[in-house]
Design a protein around this ligand. Structure first.
Ligand code: SF4
Length: 476
C-alpha cells in the first residue's frame, strides 16, 4: 500500500509551530555541550529512567512478542488510515462530539481559537500535549487574548520559565530543583515567598495554584494518546491526575490529535497500555488513564470537539521507507538511551520532537531541506531501535533521510569521484598509493588541510597503513 495518503501530501507550513529551529543541530549542540549543569541534569535524569524502565521490562517474559504486536498494529493502521479515521469520525459524532479536520498548524490553531471564543472564556486549562506544542497553539491563543495554563507540572515549569520543552515525557528535564524554585518565585501567582527547593514543597505550591485554576476555568484543551475507531473513544495517559481534572471538570473539551494516533479496536489498547508505561516512565501500569466517548449528559464536559491534525503527516505516510516514524507512541525510551541526546539535550534539535525520533520525524514533517542537519544527529549505534517498544528502525530511517538531504556540490563531486575510482581497479591502486601522501598532509588528530578540513572537523582521520594490502600480497 505504498500509495496511501489522505490528500495532496503537503509538509508542515513554515512560519508557524515548533518543528524548525533557528540553528543547525551542530551549532545548537555546540552551545549545549558548553553547559555542564545541563549535562549533569540530563545524565542524572536519563540514567534514572533507563534503570527503572529496564527493571520492569525484564519482568515481562513476552516483551518481545508485545513489541511485535505493537509494530504490527501500527503498520496495519498506516495501511488503512483514511478508512479508520472516517470510522472514528462517525463514532465520535454519534456519541455527541464534533470532529474538525485540520490540514496544518494554521488551520488547527484557527479552529481551536474560534471554538474557545464561542464559549466566551478568555482562559483555557491544558493537558500536556505534544501536538499542541508542535503547532504553537499557546502562542496563537495568546495572540487572540486567551490565556492558556499548562497543568502538567513539568509543562507548567516550562511555561512559567518562558522556556521550551526539551524532552517528550519530562519537558523540564534540563531544570534542577533550585532552578524550579527560582522560576516559581518569579512567575507563579500567589506563591509563598518562603518557598524552599524541597520537591514536596514545590509540588504543593504548584498544586495550590492549579487547583484554583481548575475550579475557575470552563474550557480545556488536550491531546490524545489513542483514539479507537471502533467505538469513538479517546484516551489520555498521564502520571499526575492533573490531566484527568482537565478532562472531567470543564464544560467544554477540545482535543487536538495527530491523525496517526488512531487504533482499530478497543482490544488493541491491551498491547499499548502494557508497552507504554514500562518503556516510558518505568511503571508497570500507567497511574491515570482517562477514556471518554463523546459526551455523557450530566457527567463531564457537555461539549466535545476533536481536531484531527495532519500538518505533514500525509507526506510522511506517502514515503514507504519513512512512514514507520508515525508508529511512535511518544514513550521517549529512544531519548533516554541515546548518547547524543544525553549530551546535547532536547533544545539542540530545534523541534518539539527531540532525540532519535525527532531526528527522523521532524525532517519528514517539514521536508528534509528544512531540517537537513537532524538525520546526522546520531552515531547510528542502534540503541534507539533496541529500546523502541514498537520497533521503529530509526537507524535505517536516518540513513534513508541522509540520502535525501541536499548535499553541497563539492561533496557530490567528491562522492562521484570516489565511486569512479572504486569501480576501476587500476585507478583504485593508484589512489591507494596517493593516499600515503595523506600521512604527510594530515596526521591522526590533526585533520586534513583545506579544502578537505570540513570532513575531519567532526571526526578523526584514520591512520593510513605504511603498506597497502595489495603491496603486502604482491610481496608474498
Ligand atoms: S520512537 Fe519508539 S522509543 Fe522513541 S519515543 Fe517513539 S515509541 Fe518511544
Amino acid at each position: 500500500m505504498s500509495g496511501t495518503f489522505l490528500g495532496m501530501p503537503a509538509t508542515a507550513p513554515r512560519g508557524v509551530g515548533h518543528l524548525r529551529g533557528d540553528q543547525t543541530f551542530p551549532e545548537a549542540a555546540h552551545d549545549a555541550l558548553g553547559n555542564s549543569q545541563l549535562r549533569r541534569n540530563l545524565r542524572h535524569a536519563t540514567t534514572t529512567i533507563r534503570g527503572k524502565s529496564g527493571r520492569v521490562i525484564a519482568e515481562l517474559p513476552d516483551w518481545q512478542e508485545l513489541r511485535d504486536a505493537g509494530s504490527a498494529i501500527k503498520a496495519d493502521v498506516m495501511s488503512r488510515l483514511p478508512e479508520l479515521l472516517e470510522a472514528l469520525e462517525e463514532r465520535v459524532t454519534e456519541a455527541g462530539g464534533v470532529v474538525h479536520w485540520a490540514a496544518d498548524a494554521n488551520e488547527a490553531n484557527q479552529i481551536v481559537t474560534r471554538l474557545v471564543r464561542e464559549t466566551g472564556s478568555t482562559r483555557v486549562i491544558k493537558v500536556k500535549s505534544m501536538a499542541t506544542q508542535e503547532i504553537a497553539l499557546n502562542e496563537a491563543l495568546e495572540q487572540a487574548g486567551i490565556t492558556p495554563v499548562e497543568t502538567d507540572l513539568a509543562e507548567l515549569i516550562v511555561q512559567l520559565g518562558d522556556d521550551r520543552p526539551s524532552h517528550i515525557l519530562v519537558p523540564a528535564i534540563h531544570r534542577n530543583r533550585s532552578e524550579i524554585r527560582e522560576i516559581f518565585l518569579r512567575a507563579m501567582p500567589g506563591v509563598d515567598p518562603a518557598l524552599t527547593d524541597d520537591p514536596p514543597v514545590l509540588a504543593a505550591a504548584a498544586r495550590r495554584y492549579l487547583r484554583e485554576t481548575f475550579l475557575s476555568t470552563t474550557v480545556a484543551v488536550s491531546g490524545a494518546n489513542f483514539a479507537i475507531a471502533e467505538t469513538g473513544t479517546l484516551g489520555v495517559v498521564e502520571s499526575e491526575g492533573n490531566g484527568r481534572m482537565c478532562l472531567t471538570l470543564p464544560d467544554t473539551l477540545i482535543t487536538v490529535m495527530g491523525i496517526e494516533k488512531v487504533l482499530p479496536t478497543w482490544r488493541d489498547l491491551e498491547v499499548f497500555l502494557q508497552l507504554l508505561p514500562r518503556a516510558s516512565t518505568g511503571e508497570r501500569m500507567n497511574p491515570y488513564t482517562t477514556m471518554w466517548t463523546g459526551v455523557t449528559p450530566g457527567d463531564g464536559p457537555q461539549n466535545f470537539h476533536l481536531v484531527l491534525l495532519d500538518n505533514g503527516r500525509s507526506a510522511v505516510l506517502a514515503d514507504p521507507a519513512g512512514r514507520s516514524a508515525l508508529h511512535c507512541i511518544r514513550c521517549s525510551a529512544c531519548l533516554n538511551v541515546c548518547p547524543v541526546y544525553e549530551r546535547t539535550g532536547g533544545h539542540a534539535y530545534g523541534s518539539v520532537y527531540p532525540g532519535p525520533i525527532g531526528a527522523v520525524l521532524s525532517p519528514q514533517l517539514t521536508g528534509v531541506a528544512d531540517n537537513a542537519s537532524l538525520p546526522y544527529a546520531s552515531s547510528l549505534c542502534g540503541a534507539c531501535f533496541d529500546a523502541c517498544p514498537v520497533k521503529i528502525d530509526i537507524p535505517s530511517m536516518l540513513v534513508h533521510l541522509r540520502n535525501k538531504v541536499p548535499h553541497p556540490a563539492a561533496e557530490r563531486a567528491a562522492m562521484a569521484t570516489a565511486a569512479r575510482i572504486m569501480n576501476h581497479p587500476r585507478l583504485y591502486a593508484r589512489a591507494q598509493r596517493a593516499a600515503k601522501l595523506a600521512r604527510i598532509a594530515g596526521r591522526r588528530g590533526r585533520g586534513l588541510p583545506p579544502p578537505l578540513s570540513g570532513w575531519t572537523a567532526g571526526r578523526d582521520l584514520p591512520e593510513f597503513p605504511k603498506q597497502t594490502f595489495r603491496d603486502w600480497w604482491a610481496q608474498r
